[in-house]
Design a protein around this ligand. Structure first.
Ligand SMILES: [Zn+2]
Length: 434
């Protein structure tokens, strides 16, 4: 029993945060809101332990007030990156991320020192007509008056590395970090939604409106799109910078991937039938230029998908099956480098499609969490472990997977009992298209 329990347990805040897909600080903040952790020793720094099933259960019914001070989802440094692998090919971007994490952690340390105006902001909140940049203690560093009242809830959402809401980053390379942030006006249905760039002292610099009118064979969609995530992409060793933004129509399926210059001007765009809600940049092929990894669902194929794009050469729209009514009109062939389709398990077959709900990049793996069904928050899922070549290394089911299977059996939606062999069979249906 005790030995069996081991694999159901998570030791330490990093493991717990990874499991939830949030930053360590956010996980620690959740403890105040009932996150089920057990303390092995007293004091704020005492060791903690959690049971995966209890975390999943809490996560599935959570109603978590936001952390008091929203923080960036700092990438946790990979211990291997500090040693010889730093300038190794796939290691470069990870090292850059580690550096960025280090800089933000540095900003956090500075912010507790009495440095007055030199404090760099790390948090963001909405307050009436203002966006307020805050330090590590939630104190205002600057505020910017916005054209319309911002919806503050955007900055309180749980933070995933693959769903970035805002970032302080010096994109102009001169006077300190600018803020790049999703901006959702309260009245977004008439105003639209934006990526906003605000200068180091709170001076708005530019904004980019996501989306535009597009149509599939049945519907013409309005130009109101939600931003899903963005990444600042360093090309040519940082000599050239681009901003990649993934956005999805506010009510329906079309997704747009935009490539902007650092002034917010649209350079290229790619369109997709289905949600592309996750975005990361990572050099997969070892040429030191990061690829864009997008994750979501291809609605016409009913499959969870990854789309790999080159930000330097990007255009067209996703290839859909012949006669697919979701095919977007008026676009050329998409310029995908690679497309991955994940197999559907019996858990989601009674629903419209599966969907990627998280992408994590670790030492030498890409871990993709795929929900079996359309509910991105469902506590049952499969984790597909891929290498840099996007070859499938393994599939792991969540602890709650078998219980969900039994639920569907009880509802008469499944006529067989769960076995590990059915997970194994999925490996043969994993598809990579180059
Ligand atoms: Zn089954």
């Amino acid at each position: 029993m005790a030995a069996g329990d081991r694999q159901h347990e998570l030791a330490g805040w990093k493991a717990i945060a990874d499991h939830l897909g949030v930053s360590i600080r956010t996980a620690q903040n959740y403890e105040k809101h009932g996150l089920p952790v057990r303390r092995l020793s007293a004091g704020p720094n005492g060791r903690v332990l959690a049971v995966k099933a209890e975390l999943d259960e809490w996560w599935s019914r959570r109603d978590v007030p936001p952390p008091e001070t929203p923080v960036l989802d700092l990438p946790v440094p990979d211990p291997h990156v500090h040693s010889g692998a730093i300038l190794g090919r796939p290691g470069v971007w990870r090292y850059a991320r580690w550096l960025l994490g280090g800089l933000a952690a540095g900003a956090l340390l500075l912010s507790v020192l009495p440095l007055g105006r030199n404090v760099e902001p790390i948090g963001l909140k909405g307050d009436g007509e203002y966006l307020v940049a805050t330090d590590g203690q939630g104190k205002e560093v600057w505020k910017a008056k916005m054209p319309w009242r911002p919806d503050p809830s955007v900055y309180r959402l749980p933070k995933l590395a693959s769903q970035r809401r805002f970032q302080f980053i010096d994109i102009s390379g001169d006077q300190g970090p600018e803020l790049l942030a999703q901006y959702v006006p309260e009245d977004y249905n008439t105003r639209g939604q934006y990526l906003y760039c605000i200068g180091p002292k709170g001076v708005p610099l530019w904004r980019y409106k996501f989306g535009r009118d597009v149509a599939d064979s049945r519907t013409t969609f309005s130009s109101v799109f939600w931003a899903n995530s963005f990444e600042v992409v360093n090309l040519k060793g940082g000599a050239e910078r681009r901003i990649a933004v993934a956005a999805t129509h506010s009510l329906s399926h079309p997704s747009q991937v935009s490539i902007l210059d650092t002034q917010g001007r649209l350079l290229r765009e790619y369109w997709h039938s289905g949600h592309l809600r996750h975005l990361l940049a990572q050099d997969l092929d070892g040429d030191s230029e990061p690829e864009l990894i997008l994750g979501g669902a291809n609605i016409g194929r009913h499959l969870a998908t990854l789309v790999i794009l080159d930000s330097r050469n990007l255009g067209g729209a996703s290839s859909q099956p012949v006669g697919d009514p979701y095919t977007l009109k008026g676009f050329g062939k998409g310029t995908e480098k690679t497309v991955v389709f994940f197999p559907r398990s019996c858990l989601g077959l009674h629903e419209d499609f599966d969907i990627v709900s998280q992408i994590r990049i670790t030492a030498n793996r890409i871990s993709v969490i795929v929900r079996q069904g359309v509910d991105e928050r469902a506590p049952y899922f499969l984790i597909f472990e891929l290498n840099w070549q996007l070859e499938l290394i393994g599939i792991v089911q969540s602890d709650t997977y078998a219980a969900r299977h039994r639920e569907l059996e009880a509802q008469g939606l499944l006529k067989h009992s769960f076995s590990l062999a059915e997970i194994d069979r999925l490996r043969g249906e994993y598809r990579v298209i180059h």
